[in-house]
Design a protein around this ligand. Structure first.
Ligand code: 5AD
Length: 365
């Protein structure tokens, strides 16, 4: 029965929480209807283009101890690395030469001044050597206002920081209960980033132990309330060397986590038609073409991993993380083909900024 959806969002009306919950949990006919509507809304608001970001995982050194994450501080089975400044810059230049309009610099969290300074130097060098043409997104966690300001001045223009779950009880269950892992601080960081002028992205994990469909509906409402420009959401995938692994008996089957992630992406597209939504890497670890599938459910961004391959094994946020080499010419041409087959077009040499960002600037005037 399409109880809550008969009059709501599929017809372009504001949705109730109950309706969002129903869509997120949908299967069968409603699931298919949702896909169709999200695909239409994407074309109408964001067009046919799929934008690239080359993902550079520059270090797995982390001061945090999140119970779900494979690179958490207490996992002593991981070999820790930090890419050389030269290697980071070379990888970014590789992306630039191969027509990636932008890169994402991602890392475990560190906030010491040596790290902040290193990022400053890397940003300046990339900006210089590409004459300001390569777009740069950062995904480096919670930092001081000063660090966010410096990085912005040095050329970063987008920042990603997921709040992971809007259910604060659940947040406490998946993180140590201390100041380094405060939900409120994470939200403060998002607000700060917006104030500084970054295009700001957030997101959540889907299918955490004990998480309900209603929690996920609340996640979408929270994203909407935060009014962010970009979102990346993916299925939670258990990692053997983390404390949350012991809860694996409570998890939905992988296929269900995958389908629910597609429902989340599509529902969010209806809720926020002009934002950028990434097809997350975690989707690919469940289904080899999971990211391409997500492009048919409302996602319009893809982030191929271009980290030099010898470091790839050490950035294991979760198990089964794909190891495919995504940096050769062959990879780009086959990606282009797969994207064309789904009726979309790979856009090269463009930043692919969030339309929502410009719309909200316009509203403020
Ligand atoms: N499964 C899925 N996603 C994960 N992340 C971290 N650990 C996992 C996991 N086990 C995600 C978090 C984080 C992002 C960088 O990776 O959402 O914000």
């Amino acid at each position: 029965m399409l109880k809550n959806t008969e009059t709501g969002i599929l017809l372009g009306n504001p949705p109730s929480r109950a309706e969002l919950t129903e869509l997120i949990a949908s299967s069968g006919k409603l699931h298919a209807q949702l896909k169709e509507q999200a695909a239409k809304v994407t074309i109408l608001n964001r067009g046919n283009g799929v934008y690239l970001r080359g993902l550079i995982e520059l270090s797995n050194i982390c001061i945090k101890d999140c119970y779900y994450c494979g690179i958490r501080k207490s996992n002593n089975k991981t070999h820790r690395y930090l890419l050389d400044e030269d290697v980071i810059v070379e990888t970014a230049l590789y992306a630039f030469k191969n027509h990636y309009g932008s890169v994402v610099l991602q890392s475990g969290e560190r906030n010491d001044s040596a790290f902040v300074e290193q990022i400053n130097r890397v940003l300046s060098r990339i900006k210089n050597e590409t004459e300001g043409k390569l777009g740069i997104t950062l995904s480096l966690g919670e930092q001081s206002e000063e660090a966010y300001n410096q990085w912005f001045k040095n050329g970063a223009h987008r920042y990603l920081i997921r709040f992971e779950t809007s259910n604060q009880e659940l947040y406490k269950k998946i993180h140590p209960n201390n100041e380094t892992h405060s939900f409120n601080h994470r939200i403060e960081c998002l607000k700060l980033l917006k104030k500084i002028g970054y295009q700001t992205g957030t997101g959540v994990m889907i299918g955490l132990p004990g998480q309900t469909h209603e929690d996920l509906a609340n996640d979408l409402l929270m994203i909407k309330a935060l009014d962010t420009d970009m979102v990346g959401m993916g299925p939670y995938i258990e990692h053997e060397f983390t404390p949350l692994y012991k809860e694996r008996g409570k998890l939905w089957p992988l296929k269900q986590r995958f389908e629910t992630a597609l429902n989340m992406i599509a529902t969010l597209r209806l809720l926020m038609p002009d934002i950028n939504i990434a097809a997350s890497t975690a989707l690919q670890s469940i289904d080899p073409i999971g990211r391409e599938k997500a492009l048919q459910w409302g996602a319009n961004i893809i982030m191929p991993n271009i980290t030099p391959s010898k470091y790839r094994d050490d950035y294991l946020l979760y198990q089964n993380k794909p190891f495919t080499n995504e940096s050769g010419d062959d990879f780009l041409s086959s990606l282009k083909l797969r994207i064309n087959m789904s009726g979309k077009e790979l856009v090269l040499d463009e930043w692919g900024d969030s339309l929502h960002f410009f719309n909200r600037q316009q509203k403020r005037k």
